[in-house]
Design a binder for this molecule. Structure first.
Ligand code: NAD
Length: 433
């Protein structure tokens, strides 16, 4: 099929590339000229394992193209995906200006029948509004399909190719059957396609993310209680995760969730409730717990070393909001760094992939170490904010010899407490009372 994907961020670039990989002819459109130029040169602007090779392969055989030209790309395509960002607006609502701008562009360009697929995460009712915007500008027939994306950064290719489910919100059988044709390679491999109305599809995406965020805040709250009552959250996780109704995933305590999705989608769902005078009480609590959790590691440092950290130096391993990505959006590491800097500390940071993004966020207020061990030199403690694999099994003797004092504040419970204590460390982690 001939496909146009508007927006070449994490979602658009992965979706476009994977659709090209299944043999479709895909044109990816972005308004950011420099991004499009880089993609044309074969440079991939984000870190996502496996993506670069797939882009090269599909662009190389002429199935994947990059452009800033929306109108011509829309006209040439049968299906147009909208995958632009929907960042939080002032009161936490999803900012739909990008989606609506693209809808206007599509309406102006339409010259024949099209299927417009909204892949961006958008509040309930957005597909209806997009339908109105396009209809106001064009007499040509079109369908608006809601096809929310559930990929995870860091595993995006695998998630897109092997989805737990493909949700299609649509009004007509014709739109449903074209979407089924497009996703046939995935359906053939046993991945289910679920049909529903547009509003339920839009809601499904928010409900999924809000539920996962709730799981994280829940386990963080339980961890904090464990700490105060002398229980061990690792044991409790085993105890509850083995219950099939609960499951083991998303039950790891830590310094809170971040990233481009959970924080903004929880806020947007709260806002959806506000618009219909239905307060989302659980989600308010989920957010409040998460905000506090982001401060927890810095608070543990302040409780240990006192409120004035002047003259103290800290090494921070991990900046990205989670491993396998360079994404720093809403990363807990930023809150930790800001709190320590505000108390007068100096900080050396290291992350395997997010150093470039971190520079944009933190500027020259921290020292950027070329490697994990280099960050440790002369530090009063090591802090861990992201559980990258390479932090799991460091040479502990070397860590000890480089630190000024052998103290580890572990925000992701990466280490076995007894191992660290045997190694002569003072070890502070989350919820292991
Ligand atoms: N990142 C994720 O893991 C993820 C997962 C599932 C769903 N989503 C959702 O998918 C959507 C996109 O997320 P993302 O992380 O890829 O965003 P992103 O910010 O990484 O990328 C968005 C891209 O859209 C482009 N863009 C914005 N307005 C445009 C316009 N008018 N015309 C052309 N291009 C335009 C931007 O230049 C940018 O390249 C969001 O709604 C997000 O909530 C994201």
């Amino acid at each position: 099929m001939k496909i146009c994907v508007v927006g070449t961020g994490y979602v658009g670039l992965v979706a476009g590339t994977c659709l090209a990989e299944s043999g479709n002819d895909v044109t990816c459109v972005d308004k950011d000229e420099s991004k499009v130029e880089r993609l044309r040169r074969g440079e991939v602007p984000i870190y996502e394992p496996g993506l670069e090779e797939l882009i090269w392969r599909n662009a190389g055989v002429g199935r994947l193209h990059f452009t800033t030209e929306l109108a011509t790309s829309v006209r040439a395509a049968e299906v147009v995906f909208v995958a632009v960002g929907t960042p939080p607006g002032e009161r936490g609502e999803a900012d739909l200006s990008g989606v609506f701008a693209v809808a206007r562009g599509i309406g102006d360009a339409l010259d024949g029948e099209k299927i417009v697929v909204i892949k961006s995460t958008v509040p309930v009712g957005t597909a209806d509004r997009v339908r109105e915007i396009i209809a106001e500008r064009s007499p040509h027939p079109f369908e608006v399909v809601s096809n929310p994306e559930f990929l995870r950064e860091g595993q995006a290719i695998g998630d897109f190719m092997n989805p737990d489910r493909i949700i299609i919100g649509a009004r007509s059988d014709r739109a449903r059957s074209r979407m089924a044709f497009l996703y046939q390679p995935h359906i053939d491999e046993g991945h289910p396609i679920l049909y529903m109305d547009n509003r339920s599809a839009e809601m499904s995406k928010y409900a999924a993310n809000a539920f996962l965020a709730t799981k994280i805040s829940f386990i963080n709250e339980v961890a904090n209680l464990c700490e105060r009552l002398g229980a061990d959250i690792d044991e409790v996780r085993r105890g509850i995760g083995s219950d099939e109704r609960i499951g083991h995933r998303f039950l790891s305590p830590g310094v809170g969730y971040g990233g481009s999705c959970f924080p903004k989608d929880v806020k947007a769902m709260v806002d959806m409730g506000v618009t219909v005078q239905y307060p989302m009480r659980i989600l308010h609590a989920v957010e409040a717990v998460n905000e506090d959790q982001k401060h927890l590691l810095a608070e543990k440092v302040l409780a240990t070393h006192g409120p004035d950290l002047t003259g103290r130096v800290y090494a921070l391993w991990g900046l990205a909001f989670k491993p396998q990505t360079d994404d720093m959006r809403e990363a807990p590491s930023v809150v930790i760094v800001e709190r320590l800097l505000a108390a007068g500390a100096q900080i050396a940071v290291y992350d395997p992939e997010a150093m470039g993004e971190a520079r944009k966020e933190l500027g020259d207020r921290v020292r950027y170490a070329p490697g994990a061990y280099e960050a440790l030199e002369g530090a009063d403690a090591l802090l861990i904010a992201t559980e990258w694999k390479e932090f799991h099994r460091p040479d502990l003797q070397r860590v000890r010899s480089l630190l000024r004092s052998p103290v580890v504040f572990d925000g992701r419970n990466v280490y076995d407490p007894s191992l660290l204590r045997e190694g002569g460390f003072t070890y502070v982690s989350i919820g292991r009372g």
